[in-house]
Design a protein. Structure first.
Length: 503
């Protein structure tokens, strides 16, 4: 019913992540070191998933939605615990309490020591049935693994092995509450912990994201809407707007608070949330290409302003704004909707159009301090920016065979390498990917593209066409000119007059 509401309401959705309920009907927080004999750490909760693979196939086919399940680093089943203890595969300590400094600990005598190869092999074998074949669990939500500095690393290594045991060419992904540097190399992302549903933690989110990226965790998300406490329409909307420009955009709900579904907070919030989610989907090909660039060059695309403008003293201390590739992000994070934006000096700035067809031009070195409408998401690009965008779809499966909407912001030369692949396998690592190298030559007013490489399913699921719009400074402001649509093919050239020179 929830998935149907998302679809019927036009709210894009790609995955659902489920807590304990997906595999058990109770939590294990009060278990002692012996566990309980009926606890099924590696089962399905038949009350929720009586036919798990059939249900997951239906959700993917009808709604384009994947499923992830929570995992804890400990075991609750008595028989399994006896085996682990007999082999010496249990850590001597449990999980620290949920404050700092920790208030006690829990799960003593039940936390797996994943640094031991035998323990990892056992765990991988128990887990592999979840991802065997199609229509299984797509990724893992790993929680409460602070039992050891390297628990999250070795735990993910075991989960990777479980996937490789059954689908050696499929990509691994997980979302983790803590991390050690380097985890992103195996597909492990992080989120910023159990934050409060208030404006203070919302305002602190950009700085926390930037710190974590700089510390070695390039794929960062957060509990959008907050974990502790109640949110409201404007608060949830503004947090989602921050999430648009984060590497991972994930909304979190808890059973003791109003579910963070778009339709639960009034019509104004629902409309703003829909527009916000649409922007995220438009940015998918842009972000996906930046992820490929990170893989190839190890260059973070999320950066603090000081990394981009080191000589601008005013920019150096700003942590409420950041660079998302070529986009300067300045979402509103205040309850009064006041904007507090600094545009770095030395360049002009276009307001990001992102499919709206409209933009404005601002001089750098100034502050913007007016009040933002609830639907407004301030973001800017410099002259020379070339952005590949998608249509506002309801899930990424719907991008297949679509049109790449390229926005060019004139006033300087620019380029961007759009990268596409099958989205499922590790084939990209052996060259199964297509790169569309796009170039804008400002003096000649020419847009061109060349194509390098391919992947087996490109004709079925890859972008088929590109449509190019140029935003340029004009006496009356900014003029948007659509210069043409063409099949991507093997390359081509377009001019602002709309004439396709070659294809």
């Amino acid at each position: 019913e929830v998935l149907k509401n998302f679809s019927m309401g036009g709210f894009g959705l790609d995955y659902m992540i489920i807590d304990f309920e997906w595999f058990m009907n109770e939590t294990d927080y009060d278990y002692d070191e012996h566990g309980k004999p009926f606890y099924a750490d590696f089962g399905w909760n038949k009350a929720l998933f009586d036919e798990p693979r059939a249900q997951l196939e239906q959700y993917r086919k009808e709604y384009g939605v994947r499923m992830a399940g929570i995992r804890k680093p400990r075991i609750g089943n008595s028989t399994a615990l006896q085996l682990l203890k007999a082999n010496g595969w249990i850590l001597p300590n449990g999980e620290p309490g949920g404050s700092y400094p920790p208030d006690g600990h829990y799960a003593d005598g039940r936390s797996v020591d994943y640094s031991i190869a035998g323990a990892r092999q056992w765990y991988a074998k128990e887990m592999e049935h979840y991802t065997q074949g199609d229509n299984g669990v797509d990724f893992w939500w790993n929680d409460e693994g602070e039992t050891n500095y390297f628990t999250f690393w070795y735990w993910n290594v075991a989960q990777v092995q479980a996937l490789k045991n059954t689908q050696p060419n499929k990509r691994f992904f997980s979302l983790n509450r803590a991390w050690s540097p380097g985890m992103a190399r195996i597909g492990a992302a992080v989120w910023t912990g159990d934050v409060n549903a208030d404006w203070v933690d919302l305002a602190d989110t950009p700085a926390m994201m930037l710190n974590w990226v700089l510390g070695g965790a390039p794929y960062v998300g957060c509990d959008i809407g907050g974990f502790n406490g109640e949110t409201n329409g404007p608060h949830l909307t503004r947090w989602l707007q921050v999430g648009v420009f984060m590497p991972v955009m994930r909304v979190h709900s808890v059973i003791w608070a109003t579910a963070h579904f778009p339709w639960n907070f009034g019509e104004a919030a629902a409309a703003a949330i829909k527009k916000t989610i649409q922007l995220r989907y438009r940015l998918v090909p842009y972000h996906y290409s930046l992820a490929h660039r990170l893989y190839a060059t190890h260059e973070n695309w999320i950066r603090p302003l000081v990394a981009e403008f080191p000589s601008d003293a005013e920019a150096a201390s700003i942590v409420s704004q950041w660079m998302d590739g070529d986009i300067l992000c300045a979402p509103v994070v205040r309850e009064d909707s006041a904007k507090s934006i600094y545009l770095p000096a030395g360049t002009k700035w276009f307001a990001l159009a992102a499919g709206s067809g409209a933009s404005e031009l601002f001089e750098g070195g100034q502050h913007l301090t007016d009040i933002a409408d609830l639907e407004e998401i301030p973001a800017f690009v410099r002259p020379g920016a070339v952005l590949p965008l998608a249509d506002a779809v309801l899930n990424t499966d719907s991008l297949a065979g679509g049109t790449l909407n390229v926005e060019v912001y004139a006033g300087a030369d620019g380029s961007f390498d759009f990268v596409d692949d099958d989205g499922e396998t590790t084939g990209y690592a052996t060259g199964e990917r297509r790169m569309v190298a796009m170039t804008w030559v400002d003096s000649e007013r020419l847009f061109s593209w060349t194509v390098v490489g391919d992947f087996p399913s490109a004709s079925a699921i890859g972008f088929a066409k590109l449509s190019v719009t140029v935003f340029a400074e004009d006496a009356g402001g900014v003029r948007a000119t659509h210069i043409g649509t063409a099949h991507i093919g093997e390359g081509g050239v377009m001019a602002p007059e709309g004439v396709l020179v070659t294809a």
